[in-house]
Design a protein around this ligand. Structure first.
Ligand SMILES: NC(=O)c1ccc[n+]([C@@H]2O[C@H](COP(=O)([O-])OP(=O)(O)OC[C@H]3O[C@@H](n4cnc5c(N)ncnc54)[C@H](O)[C@@H]3O)[C@@H](O)[C@H]2O)c1
Length: 355
């Protein structure tokens, strides 16, 4: 029997991975560890309880909180974070650095003690803002597209690969994640820890407590569902900024393989996302939400671009696909239908958080 610890296990990614693991491997002991900092994470506890998934209230910043875990652990999935790209921009960086960097180091030390594998949820936000903003784009009717001619390495019409430059500021959030990645690399090289780093683009699906600065795909659907206002912020206010998105079940497909075939991934870093085929602009997302909900809402245009925002991010999955054959399957429409179904079923519970 395998015991898997998921930090941030009451959050969107952590809770979904816990549930999907338990459903596929009922004999596994899954332990979710979370301080419930994210509003709405407490709602996910019911789902964990229903499946006999253990929950430990703990703070990843405090290494003694890990002492509550008294069983041998075989694998740690580190999904605890302050995941907002705006975090720390008010000058208060303590929580961000404490959680996203010191917390990762506490989790790595826990892995050393338990000789556990370490799977790290990193982010596309490790790539520098100015470099991303210097990607040549073509403005089309509903979105920005990556132009064929590019000056930087690691970018082509399929998206951004792992060889994209890493020099330059990337948001405080992105910096804490890149610093953590470096520590993961050191623990792998110096201590022989088995590790994988996944640099994910937008991940979405049910159980995501979407807000303006994180989880915008769910927020977009929720605002349409409850007929509330939204804004296209930045890049002229036209809603042409583009992201790829990956359904949490597609992400689970690859993490499942990483848990069970770590040798294939050990010590490596992968860009993981929906890729060009599963990408959308905000304008296009509006059209999908309108079709699914039957509601049309007011969307304001705010021309000024927000600090740390980027025009476009699309994952080039070539490395992970080349290594495993895996590629994401769930398309934008299906993702949005799934989110809609979750909101509809849990309307009363979710309204205070998402509307
Ligand atoms: N959702 C995305 O689009 C996305 C994209 C790329 C990377 N990621 C990464 O995936 C991971 C999970 O993100 P998510 O979307 O599930 O976010 P989330 O906010 O839904 O989940 C994070 C969880 O961590 C918990 N947490 C925060 N601080 C903690 C602390 N000090 N100690 C213990 N728990 C703490 C929160 O309560 C929350 O439940 C993060 O590392 C994030 O950086 C997410």
């Amino acid at each position: 029997m395998s015991t898997i610890l998921i930090t941030g296990g009451a959050g969107f990614v952590g809770c979904n991975l816990a549930v999907l693991l338990k459903e596929k491997y009922p004999a596994y002991h899954i332990v979710c560890f979370d301080n419930l900092k994210r509003r709405g994470s407490e709602l996910n506890l019911q789902k964990l309880k229903a499946l006999d998934i253990d929950f430990i209230h703990g703070d990843i910043r405090d290494k003694s909180d890990f002492d509550q875990i008294r069983v041998p652990v075989h694998c740690v999935i580190d999904a605890a974070a302050e995941p907002s790209v705006l975090a720390g921009l008010d000058g208060n960086t303590d929580y961000l650095i404490g959680t996203n960097l010191n917390g990762t180091i506490n989790a790595l030390n826990f892995c050393l003690k338990h000789k556990a594998k370490f799977i790290f949820l990193s982010t596309s936000r490790v790539y520098p803002i100015k470099a991303i903003e210097s990607i040549n784009v073509v403005e089309e009717a509903t979105r920005f597209e990556i132009a064929a001619a590019q000056k930087l390495p690691g970018i082509n019409t399929d998206g951004i690969s792992e060889t994209f430059p890493l020099t330059g500021a990337r948001s405080l959030y992105g910096a804490t994640k890149l610093a953590s990645e470096m520590m993961v690399e050191e623990y792998h090289e110096m201590f022989g820890l088995q590790t994988v780093v996944n640099r994910c683009g937008v991940i979405t699906g049910p159980y995501q407590m979407g807000k303006v600065d994180q989880g915008v795909v769910v927020l977009w659907m929720a605002k349409h569902f409850w007929k509330k206002d939204l804004s296209y912020v930045g890049y002229g206010g036209t809603g042409k900024q583009v992201r790829d998105m990956i359904h949490i079940k597609d992400l689970f497909g690859i993490i499942d393989r990483q848990i069970h075939e770590i040798e294939k991934f050990n010590g490596q870093t992968f860009n993981i996302g929906g890729g060009r085929a599963i990408s959308t602009s905000l304008q296009e997302l509006t059209a999908v939400c309108e079709r699914i909900t039957g509601n049309k809402i007011a969307i304001q245009a705010v021309r000024e671009t927000r600090q740390a925002d980027i025009r476009l991010y699309i994952t080039d999955n070539s490395k992970i696909t080349g290594c495993t054959g895996w590629s994401p399957q769930i398309k934008v429409d299906e993702i949005m239908e799934d989110i809609f179904g979750w909101i509809k079923t849990n309307e009363q519970q979710l309204k205070p958080i998402l509307s």
